[in-house]
Write a protein that binds this ligand. Structure first.
Ligand code: PLP
Length: 446
């Protein structure tokens, strides 16, 4: 029964990928928003949704068996960070892990100041906004035009009453990497120099975008105190996360309830998803070199091809200090919303800003912090790749995007005042785009 269910769901899940069509049904270039569940992950999870449904906290052997698999998954996730199983706390998502790290540090230190940046994910932004309304102090550090952060700014922002410094490892919108290990060392130095090192400050990094994209196996030997991971960004399911808390770092539960997770996080563990996350962590390590070579090459080729084809486009963020899978591109004189709509009609998934802020009319807070004008910030699209993308995906996207942008620019009132004014033949651009759309629809319906 379990095997049949697994087989059927797998057939359904992966049907589009195995179709011999002229192009895949969906070209998914939004892997920073979420990722597909790897078939190996799904396979590992199924027994825990069917046969092995015992509660890992139960005393009988049917529960103990499940507890054993939970322990195994914990070891696998720990290996991703070069850590020990005791340093891994399973949560429900990256957001909970982020919230928990900050909450815990405020509780254990009794201090009331947080240092963070202006470009964090809403998981940190909105929590710190809330804490500020509750009377806590928050310093939000600016970034430079290329999205990078000044270490001196971090050092200067730390005060005697700072409980925690929370700075993301990789930006979800631009892929820009912050030197978090150096920052962690700086925070530790400040802590050791303080009159009571037990009272912080501690260092947390939201590393949700990093597993499988950069090597994290040195985390445990670094000075990072807390680190957040989310399952659905590394080909595990949605609804499972991890908070790494360094050995001997005191943790106060954020979700209060039973004594699960050694008293650090109440609530019966999401066993199937945790087992899936364990398998995903193994795969992330196995495929790390693919991400850093093939995926990076795909991203670079995509960028270079667009830069060669289209004038007035700009890559946001320091190009040699980014995740290998992410590109964020400003297409001047066009609204990102129009681009995304057209991409969607062509079966291409991409996004502007983070999935958590989609629908907002405000320009991205990340791009605004980098100093982009509101008009340029509203023209930016993020494409994020994974090792499930193929050369055919990129080829198709490159066929679609340039004429689409030209067509949109031709119709855009935004370019009317520009000295180039593109001097497009509006009718020709429209015709070209209509022809492309017809070809695409024919290929889909084939
Ligand atoms: N932090 C970053 C950098 C993210 O990109 C995301 C998700 O987009 C999160 C936190 C939130 O993770 P989750 O969706 O698991 O709550």
């Amino acid at each position: 029964m379990g095997r049949l269910l697994c087989f059927t769901i797998q057939r359904l899940m992966h049907a589009p990928r195995h179709q011999e069509k002229s192009r895949p049904a969906v070209v998914y270039l939004d892997n920073n928003a979420t990722t597909c569940v790897a078939p190996e992950v799904f396979e590992a999870m199924v027994p825990f949704l069917t046969e092995y449904y015992g509660n890992p906290s139960s005393a009988y052997s049917f529960g103990k068996l499940v507890e054993g698999h939970l322990a195994e998954a914990r070891e696998k996730v720990a290996a991703l960070l070069g850590a020990t199983a005791k340093e891994i706390i399973f949560t429900s998502c990256g957001t909970e892990s982020d919230n928990m790290a900050i909450w815990s540090a405020l509780q254990t230190t009794g201090k009331r100041h947080i240092v963070t940046t202006q470009v964090e994910h809403s998981a940190i932004m909105n929590q710190t906004d809330l804490l500020e309304r509750m009377g806590f102090g928050v310093t939000r550090l600016p970034v430079a035009a290329d999205g990078t952060l000044s270490l001196a700014d971090v050092e200067n922002a730390i005060r005697d009453d700072t409980a925690i410094v929370s700075i993301m490892w990789a930006n979800n919108e631009t892929g820009v990497l912050f030197p978090v290990e150096e920052i962690a060392t700086l925070v530790k130095k400040k802590r050791l120099a303080s009159c009571d090192p037990k009272k912080g400050p501690f260092f947390h990094t939201d590393a949700v975008q990093t597993p499988g994209k950069i090597d994290l196996r040195h985390v445990a030997s670094s000075d990072i105190d807390f680190l957040s991971i989310s399952g659905h960004k590394l080909h595990a399911p949605k609804g499972v996360g991890v908070l790494y808390a360094k050995k001997r770092t005191k943790v106060v539960p954020y979700v209060v309830g039973g004594g699960q997770e050694r008293g650090k996080r109440g609530g019966t563990e999401n066993v199937a998803s945790i087992v899936g996350l364990g398998r995903a962590a193994e795969l992330a390590l196995e495929k790390l070199s693919d991400e850093q070579t093939r995926v990076r090459a795909m991203r670079d080729l995509f960028e270079e091809a667009l830069l060669a084809r289209l004038p007035h486009i700009y890559i946001n963020g320091k190009r040699d200090q980014r995740l290998p899978n992410t590109t964020n591109i400003a297409f001047d004189f066009v609204e990102a919303e129009a681009i995304l709509l057209k991409l969607d009609l062509n079966g291409i998934c991409a996004s502007s800003g983070s999935a958590c802020t989609t629908g907002s009319l405000d320009p991205s807070h990340v791009l605004s912090a980098m100093g982009l004008t509101p008009a340029r910030a509203r023209s930016c699209v993020r494409f994020s790749f994974s090792h499930y993308n193929t050369e055919a995906d990129i080829e198709f996207a490159l066929k679609v995007i340039p004429p689409m942008i030209e067509g949109l620019r031709a119709m855009s009132p935004l370019n009317a005042d520009h000295p180039d004014n593109f001097a497009y033949d509006v009718e020709a651009a429209r015709e070209k785009e209509e022809k492309l759309m017809a070809e695409t629809m024919a290929a889909i319906n084939e």
